[in-house]
Each structure stands twice: as C-alpha cells, then as structure tokens.
Design a protein around this ligand. Structure first.
Ligand SMILES: Cc1cc2nc3c(=O)[nH]c(=O)nc-3n(C[C@H](O)[C@H](O)[C@H](O)COP(=O)(O)OP(=O)(O)OC[C@H]3O[C@@H](n4cnc5c(N)ncnc54)[C@H](O)[C@@H]3O)c2cc1C
Length: 375
C-alpha cells in the first residue's frame, strides 16, 4: 500500500488514464478520474497491440478479455506491393510463452474492457467533466472542476492525450505537437481466413492488415501528405481505393473490393510530440500521449502509455516521498519512450522519401527487440 499517496486524481480516461486508475487502486490509493467526453467514446478503428502491450495487459489483469474479444497471432508477413514475400518479422512472446507475440482489437472494444475494469477497481469516474484550475503546494494539489466541485489530492496525473490541457497548464512553454507529413487511413473488413498480420510496401505508400477478432481484420494505409489537410467525407472511399491500387495481391484486392459506402473508413493526420524532461511539476505528473505521442510505425503508442501507468503505480507504492516516486518514474520511462517516438518518426521519414529499406528493417527489428525487454 502507498505510504505517500492517499488520494489521486486522473485527468483523462483514455488507455493511459484508465490503466493508471486501475493500478493505483491496487496500491490502495483512492482515485477520482475525470473524462471530458460525456459518452467516454473511442473511435471505430482497429489497433495493433504488440507483445509488450499484451504483457502490460496481463499485469493490469485484462489479458483474458483481450484474448477473448480481440485476435492474437504470431509474426508479421512483409510483402512487396505485388505480394512477393520479403521476410517475416518475428514478434517475441513478451507476455509469456502461452500468449502469442502480437494482436489486434477494435478500439471501442478495448476501451470498454478497460472502462469496465476501471469502474470495477472502485475508481470514482466522472464523465463530461474536466479541471478548471490546478494549484499546488508542497503537500497537496487543489483542483477545481467544470461541474463546480473542488478536490484536494496528494497526486494528480495528466493523461489527457496529445493536446493535453494539463500539460498546457503546467508547462506553458512545452513543445506543441508536430505534423509529420504523413496520415493514416484505416478501415474494417472481413477476416476471410487471414491468419496473421501483414504489411506491404509500395513506392511511397505502405499498407497492412491485422486481425481484430475471430471474424474481422483492419486495414491501414500510410499516406505521404506534405500538408495537414482534411479529407471531406464523400472523398474518403474513392481516395482510399486509389491509394490501394498499386497493391495487386489477393488479400489487399479483396479488402479493396469489399470497401463500400457503408465501410467504417477513417483518416488521421500523424502528429508527434516528445516532451523534454521534467514530466512533472510538484505533485502533478503527465503520462501517455500527453508527453510522448508517437506515430504508429511501431504500433507501440498505446502500449508505452499503459506501461507508464504500471511503472508510476509501482513507484508510488514503493516510495516514501512523492517527488522521489515521480523522479524514479521518469528515469525508468524516458529512454524507452524517446526510442519509440524517435524511431517511429525515422521510419515515417524513410517511407515518405522512399528511403533505405535496409535501414527501415533494421530499425523495426531493433526497436521490437528493445521493447520486448522488461520495463
Ligand atoms: C492513426 C493512429 C494509429 C495508431 N495506431 C496505434 C496502434 O496500432 N497501436 C498502438 O499501440 N498505438 C497506436 N496509436 C497510438 C495510440 O492511439 C495512442 O498512443 C494512445 O491512444 C494514447 O492514449 P492516451 O490515453 O495517452 O491518450 P488519449 O487516447 O488521447 O486519451 C486521452 C483521454 O483524455 C480525454 N481528455 C482530453 N482532454 C481532457 C481534459 N481536458 N479533461 C479530461 N479529459 C480529457 C480524452 O477525451 C481521452 O479520453 C495510433 C495513433 C494514431 C494517431
């Protein structure tokens, strides 16, 4: 049980914030969580969950649900745009020999698994609510909320994502997210016998697919787009189809043929942010995308946010002083998170410039091995 933190506030109910609430409850901390979205929604796209994230889910206690409602597989097939095999990327079984090395799940399904676990942990969840003011002294943090209430906490965790209001309040001079020159398309399609994830490299476009359940998989396409422009809804389908044209092998052709007016298609610009240390001020600490928002080239963004939550709770449980816990948290997390953000950005550059495929492969392999190391 934590000797230093009796009551904590988590701002933001995404994957990182929910995981922090669950793990802090295990350390005996009373936790309030405020989430600005009154519907606690997650958008309808698939997400790849690598072995290290599966290991984190095992620690949190939701791996069984993930295995039941998502899809777990081993290895990723790499192809040319014509479907010739380049290699198979190994996916180390980081979560244990009994758990495949990688997986996929629909975001709303994963969000519900974690939301149920958050509520079951005894966390007091308030939806449609955010903070309006934070002031800290050396021994507590006073917070005012948008519903007119107030609270006093031993620790506040800002897990409010890429455009974090907590980061802006705490570190007004912090860097802001940077558009990387790429965007990602995603769509859902029938799994149709596909056994494991695959990726194919076109001239300047990459596509891939990953099972997300027993019956479905998701498609992703990385597009080189120098300026951050929006795609009108009516153009989503024709533009995605056009991007897929250079990929001529059966799995991708079948997905392209399946796409229609009812398909769940989304496009997201890719932004990146690595906040320099420190990641905390007084008794307020930031975790997840609020400090290290990565492009998805290593499919590790959600995983490192969830790991932040685990490490933070471990340090809060064992430390005798809050500042010592926050410093230890940062020391354990910095190098790993820096590596993910910077290596992912480099992979994106190589893809956008049709650069060195060997360097791309080397960075992928080295990063995945580094991520499989214990946290
Ligand atoms: C296109 C794309 C594809 C990706 N694919 C993958 C992938 O395959 N695998 C992977 O591991 N990662 C992937 N990622 C990264 C991953 O989605 C993020 O790293 C992860 O969702 C971050 O979780 P988070 O909880 O830190 O932040 P968020 O998911 O942004 O959650 C923040 C939460 O805080 C809430 N909030 C915001 N402001 C406030 C406020 N002021 N007060 C209260 N609440 C607030 C939000 O509503 C939200 O619920 C991808 C990212 C992108 C952009």
């Amino acid at each position: 049980m934590s000797a230093t933190v009796d009551k904590a506030l988590v701002i933001g109910g995404g994957f990182s914030g929910m995981s922090a609430a669950i793990q802090l409850r295990k350390a005996g901390v009373n936790v309030d969580l405020v989430e600005i979205d009154s519907g606690w929604r997650s958008y309808g796209a698939g997400i790849t969950i690598g072995g290290p994230a599966l290991r984190a889910f095992r620690t949190i206690g939701v791996l069984d649900q993930m295995m039941k409602l998502g899809a777990l597989t081993d290895g990723v097939d790499l192809f040319t745009a014509q479907g010739h095999t380049i290699a198979q990327l190994p996916t180390p079984r980081s979560a244990g020999n009994d758990v495949p090395g990688t997986g996929g799940i629909m975001r709303p399904v994963l969000a519900k698994i974690l939301a149920d676990a958050t509520r079951a942990s005894g966390t007091q969840v308030r939806l449609g609510c955010t903070f309006t003011g934070i002031s800290h002294t050396s021994d507590h943090v006073a917070v005012t909320f948008s519903d007119g209430s107030r609270g006093t906490y031993d620790l506040v965790i800002g897990a409010d994502g890429l455009n974090s209001a907590t980061r802006k309040a705490l570190f007004p001079d912090a860097p802001t997210p940077r558009y990387t020159g790429q965007g990602v398309w995603r769509a859902v399609a029938p799994r149709d016998g596909v056994e494991r994830a695959g990726m194919a490299y076109g001239k300047r476009t990459k596509t891939g697919y990953n099972p997300v359940s027993a019956s479905e998989m998701y498609l992703f396409v990385t597009e080189d787009r120098p300026t951050n422009t929006r795609t009108p809804d009516q153009e989503l389908l024709p533009r995605l189809r056009a991007l897929l044209e250079e990929f001529t092998f059966p799995v991708i052709r079948k997905i392209a043929d399946h796409l229609g007016a009812d398909s769940l298609i989304c496009y997201r610009p890719l932004e990146s942010l690595l906040m320099p240390r420190p990641w905390s001020r007084g008794r307020v600490v930031l975790i997840g995308d609020a400090i290290h928002a990565t492009t998805p080239h290593l499919a590790a963004g959600a995983g490192i946010g969830i790991e932040d939550a685990i490490v933070l709770a471990e340090e809060v449980r064992s430390a005798t002083q809050v500042d010592a816990a926050l410093q230890a948290f940062e020391r354990r997390r910095w190098e790993r998170c820096r590596m993910v953000v910077e290596n992912s950005a480099r992979l994106g550059e190589i893809e956008a410039q049709a650069g060195d495929q060997q360097e791309h492969g080397r960075i992928m392999r080295e990063s995945m091995m580094a991520l499989s190391a214990p946290i």
